[in-house]
Write a new protein. Structure first.
Length: 351
């Protein structure tokens, strides 16, 4: 059995940052993730997608963000159980929790943090009769390797951030990019919408709205798409790739059976205090939780992880007072006995 201070279910960005924050408090973490590598969706679904709202990084690829977070937390020597899904949580008489995976691996700790994001997920597919016949033959629901689209004709469908961001990114990679959306208005960030409009004006993106893809044409691979606009005659456009980006359909999986309070397919937490669930000692942080005013941003997950670790410290060290010190003052102590000293202040007298 693996014993630790905090079991973190989910090794995405929020879970990895929680390791660092816990490490500052001298708490050890062990992470469980069904994926074979850390990083969550950032590694599995869009490693090459640029992210624009990480502090100090005007732009960073999702995969590079994972690498940076791994580098940041490695000094605290987290443990990992990868390629296994957390199946059950059982609370013991001593107050500890035992988390068992689908492969029977057991983990024991006084605190559990669920940082599983959206849980298990699958892409939402457009209702086109023959779409399955073209999957991996020109139809892709997830962009893992942008180089696949170099010098190709690409049609993207969707109106959210993913559709906008990938249209912008692929404008400098593909031979042509066409973005099709069923409305004139987009759901993505305003600055992404403005960037798409700017690229359209420059002739780098073909924008077709309001419209829908109504048929896929081809023999063995995608060759063309039928596009229908309201009150207009349908037309076809030749393409090598069709990428429908309509979001992911989240499923909580085993989490739904753990006795946690669920609302709108997410775990309810007390955000006024520490993101604890209805079960004391179990927290939920990141995209998988819900509370009034919740924003599903990596940035918010980092904040939630920080407060969760402070509360976990009190559970693990009852009655022990912790005085918050800035890392610029205290430095960072590693579990290997090394210490990174904070720079000493230099005082100069001006005569």
């Amino acid at each position: 059995m693996i014993t630790t201070d905090i079991i973190i279910i989910g090794a995405g960005p929020t879970g990895l940052f929680a390791v660092f924050e816990a490490g500052l408090l001298k708490l050890k973490c062990h992470l469980i993730d069904a994926l074979p590598q850390p990083g969550g969706q950032c590694s599995e679904i869009y490693p090459k997608k640029p992210i624009y709202d990480i502090p100090a990084y005007p732009e960073i690829l999702a995969g590079d963000l994972t690498d940076k977070l791994m580098e940041q937390c490695k000094q605290f020597e987290p443990g990992f159980t990868l390629g296994e899904r957390a199946e059950t949580i059982d609370k013991q008489k001593d107050g500890f929790f035992i988390v068992t995976t689908n492969k029977g691996t057991q983990h024991k700790a006084p605190v559990v943090a669920i940082a599983s994001g959206l849980g298990s997920f699958e892409p939402r597919k457009p209702l086109l009769e023959n779409i399955t016949q073209f999957e991996d033959k020109g139809v892709e629901y997830i962009i893992k390797e942008p180089g696949l689209y170099r010098d190709k004709d690409v049609v993207i469908a969707g109106g959210g951030d993913s559709a906008l961001d990938w249209s912008i990114f692929l404008a400098d990679v593909a031979k042509s990019v066409t973005l099709v959306h069923r409305r004139n208005e987009f759901r993505g960030h305003l600055d992404s919408v403005e960037k798409v409009q700017e690229l359209k004006n420059l002739g780098k993106i073909n924008l077709i709205t309001p419209a829908e893809i109504t048929a896929i044409i081809g023999k063995n691979t995608v060759e063309a798409l039928k596009i229908t606009k309201k009150d207009e005659t349908p037309f076809t456009i030749e393409t090598d790739h069709f990428i429908p980006l309509f979001g992911l359909s989240p499923k909580l999986g085993p989490i739904a059976n753990w006795g946690l309070e669920i609302e709108k397919n997410a775990i309810k937490v007390n955000n006024a205090l520490d993101y604890q669930t209805n079960i004391p000692g179990i927290f939920a942080i990141g995209d998988g939780n819900i509370y009034p005013g919740k924003l599903k941003l990596i940035l918010c997950g980092f904040h939630e992880a920080t407060l969760m670790c402070q509360a976990a410290y009190q559970i693990i060290n009852p009655g022990k007072r912790y005085v918050l010190k800035y890392t610029t003052v205290s430095g960072v102590d590693g579990f290997d006995g090394t210490r990174k000293e904070a720079p000493k202040a230099v005082v100069k007298t001006i005569e």
